[in-house]
Each structure stands twice: as C-alpha cells, then as structure tokens.
Design a protein around this ligand. Structure first.
Ligand SMILES: Cc1ncc(COP(=O)(O)O)c(C=O)c1O
Length: 454
C-alpha cells in the first residue's frame, strides 16, 4: 500500500492548491469524491449540515446459518464439548478453522486471554521467566503472562504502525527472557521479519497475539501460524465472534496436545490429570456460533480488505491524517479496526478531541481507542509488592523493571494521535459509505479554522 510522503508539509500543500487554482484545471489531491453542498461550509458540530446521517452496517454478524446452528445445538442437548469430542460444534470448529488457516491444529477456549494464558503455560513459562510484549494492547495480553506469574516486560511501539518496536524489544532482553509476544495490532502484521530474527538469535519463543488478526497474511503465511504458537479472540467485537471465545493454532502437534491438556484443567484426552491448568473449555454454543459463520467469513474479510484499500488510497492525500504503516511482507489485513495517526499541526492546532467531536457530528464516529498504555496501569506496582515476584525476580530486578517501564511513543499515540474506526461492521459498507468517511475528514480539514470553536 501507498505510504504518505512524510515530507508533505502544510506549506507544500498550500502551494500545490494555489498553483492548481491558477491553472484552473487540477483539483487538490484530497478533493471530495462526489461533492455536495453538505460537504463544504459550516462544520456540523457548529450547526452545519452533517455529511452523513445513516448508520454503518452493524455488528456482530448473524444470519440464518448462525441461528440454525444455535437452535440445533440447543435441541441436541450437547452443550459441553466433552459430551462429543469428535463431532460436537467445538471439535468441528477446531478442524474447519485449522483447515482454513492451513495449520495442523487448533484448540478452542473461552477467550483470547485464555488462549494466550494456555499458550504461556503449555510452553512451560512461569515464575522467574520474562516475556516481552507491547503495552499498546488489550489487558488480556499482559494478564496471560501475569496469570503464569511470569514477568511482562513492555517494549515501546512504533509511532505509525502502532506495533511493538523490535529495536526496543532487543534492548530489553535479559538472561531471564524466554519469549516475545508481539501483538498484531488492529489486525495487521507486526514486524515479523525482525521478530523471527530476534527469536532465532536469542532462542526465544515467539507467541503471536493475533487476537485482532484473523485471516491476515504475511509473506504467504497466515498470522498466528508464524511463531511457535498463535492466539485469536472471538469476543463480540472481533471479525469472527461468539460473544466470548478464543482459539490457539500451531503446526506443533505435541504443543497443541499440551494446550488441550492445560485448558482442560490439566487433564489430557486420555483422562489423566497431568499438569497445572485452569478450566478454559469453549462451550458448544460458542462453537455453534463460530461454525455458522465460517462458510461466509471470507466474503466479509475480502470486503473489508477492498474497503480498507480504498480508504487508504484516499486518506494518503489528506494532510494531518496518516494511515497505519504496514511492514514489508504484509499481504492481507484483518481490518478489525481502521486506525490513523492524527497530527494536530495540520488541523489548526486543534486537539484530537476536537477533531473527534467534529467527525462525530459529521456522522462518522471515530475513537481515540486505548486511553493508557498498559505500562502505566497499577499492575506494575501491584506485582512488585507480591511475595512470589519478590522471591522469583529479586528486589533489584523489580526496581529496574519499574524504572524502565517507560514507553513515550505509546504515550504519544494514546494521548494525542490515535484516531480509529471500529471496522468489523463499518468496513462491510459500500464504497459510497467509504466516501462519507473520507468526505467528512476532508470537510473537517477544509474547515479547520472552525475547529477551535468546536
Ligand atoms: C490484542 C488483544 N489481545 C488479547 C485480547 C484478549 O482477548 P479476549 O477479550 O477474548 O480475552 C484482545 C481482545 O480484545 C486483544 O485485542
């Protein structure tokens, strides 16, 4: 995908448009797609006419196939996976999802957090071990490491990809580091070339938090299948959703057998209670909802990719809005979210909150997304006080851990720059719906002199 020219300055832009005005033939690069009177003039936040008044396609997805699966499951009385280990909905979902992703095995569990925690336990990580991950993520990422009483070490992120920064990860490796857990943020691949290289160099496990990244691809491989193990969330907002739910994939059969055992309160398929494990089994209703979506899920995936590509091709020309940076090798995104970086200097110095308010009034609800990087949350102090952490890591490591818990780029993204669209439903819209998003941004840009009054 095209990236915005980082040298594109405001002065540059004004020059381009005034030259165009003189020539009288060329439109500004960001011009409205189909111009109407609502797109110029007064911002809707100040009483003007909004660009859009319709709703975007809703979420979660459901159709008759999903309803039929739920009904059948209800009637069958098979509500728990161990009632039918071969042909139940969970077992069927595991087989079909693994096949779609081109991996040997899938184990379904009750959430993405549970999938990650099961993976951490199955890899044998625990007290005394350190796992480096991103602070710009859902709390479930960190929780999965803490639940094993391992130490989550946060690396900073890249300002434009919003992904964990491999250079910072490498700086934070200690003799106790056992794994890296990159998060494929917004459903796009993290810098996998680098993470694979770092994992090989330092002999670390690579656990992919692909909770947002179903069906995304990097260099011909599906996300989640590239590291030692990969995890998905099927929570309601995700592109493959069952209310709550999660799944784990890998080509390592032995490891997947261990995952089954861990999530089944440590009890293997042979019925022997062998190891430490919580009870995280997915239930048959969640399996039914997921199964009902599999026949059509790739159509929605393709539509989101088409719409995201269209949005990106237009946004590239809007000053002050930068689309997510994608790494080499990215082939398809999941587009669970459509994130952008907001630069207030291009919007008359107006804070992000004013831009968001103006966009919402134009009928385009965008979000600042994560309020605080997880490195700033109270768990950091909480674990330092705990006996198990003091005993396993020692006070001097914990002191250093706390002192180094600084991620300034993550802070900047959280506090000032992230603006994103929840995309699971909205990116299933038409190109005219996408035009509304673009036109609202252009309208706000063109009328940025009004923004400070919003
Ligand atoms: C990146 C990431 N990791 C982990 C999780 C946790 O998944 P769940 O909410 O299913 O436990 C989420 C959920 O939003 C997520 O976005």
């Amino acid at each position: 995908m095209k990236q915005k020219n980082s040298n594109f300055s405001r002065r540059n832009f004004i020059k381009t448009t005034s030259a165009a005005a003189v020539a009288g033939s060329v439109m500004p690069a960001y011009a409205f797609n189909t111009k109407s009177s609502t797109q110029t003039g007064k911002l809707a936040a100040l009483g003007g006419e909004p660009v859009r008044s319709k709703q975007f396609p809703g979420w979660p997805y459901r159709d008759n196939l999903v309803m039929d699966q739920i009904k059948e499951t209800t009637e069958s009385g098979i509500w728990c996976r161990i009632q039918d280990m071969k042909n139940g909905t969970v077992a069927n979902f595991e087989r079909q999802y693994a096949e779609m992703l081109g991996v040997k095995r899938c184990v379904a569990v009750g959430s993405g957090t549970q999938a990650l925690h099961t993976s951490v336990e199955a890899l044998g990580l625990g007290p005394g071990d350190e796992v480096i991950t991103s602070p710009y993520t859902d709390p479930g990422t960190i929780s999965s490491i803490l639940s094993a009483r391992a130490l989550p070490v946060c690396g900073d992120i890249d300002r434009y990809s919003f992904q964990l920064d491999p250079d910072d990860v490498e700086r934070r490796i200690t003799k106790n580091t056992r794994a890296i857990m990159p998060v494929h943020m917004m459903g796009q691949p993290a810098d996998l070339d680098r993470f694979e290289e770092i994992a090989r160099k330092y002999q670390l496990y690579l656990i992919e938090d692909a909770c947002q990244a179903h069906f995304a691809r990097h260099r011909g491989r599906v996300l989640g299948s590239i590291g030692d193990i990969g995890c998905f969330s099927h929570q309601t907002s995700k592109v493959l959703a069952s209310g709550e739910g999660g799944s784990i994939i890998s080509n390592n059969e032995e490891l997947m057998e261990q995952c089954y055992t861990v999530q089944n309160h440590g009890t293997s398929k042979l019925g022997r209670t062998e190891t430490i494990g919580p009870k995280y089994r997915m239930n048959e209703f969640e399996g039914a909802i997921l199964l009902g979506q599999l026949p059509t899920v790739m159509q929605r995936h393709a539509l989101r990719n088409r719409n995201a590509e269209y949005l990106t091709s237009k946004i590239v020309d809007i000053p002050g809005i930068t689309q997510q940076k994608l790494y080499d090798g990215t082939e398809e995104g999941s587009w669970y979210l459509y994130p952008m970086n907001y630069n207030k200097e291009e919007f008359n110095g107006a804070d992000r909150s004013k831009f968001l308010k103006a966009m919402a009034a134009e009928g385009i609800p965008l979000s600042p997304y994560i309020g605080n990087g997880l490195h700033k949350e109270p768990w950091v102090d909480n674990i330092i006080e705990r006996r198990v952490y003091q005993k396993m890591y020692g006070n001097s490591r914990l002191k250093q851990f706390k002192e180094e818990m600084s991620c300034p780029t993550c802070d900047l993204v959280c506090d000032e720059e992230m603006v994103m669209l929840w995309a699971s439903g909205p990116l299933l819209g038409s190109l005219a719906d996408m035009d509304d998003i673009i036109n609202a941004m252009i309208k706000v840009y063109e009328n940025r002199d009004q923004l400070l009054k919003v």
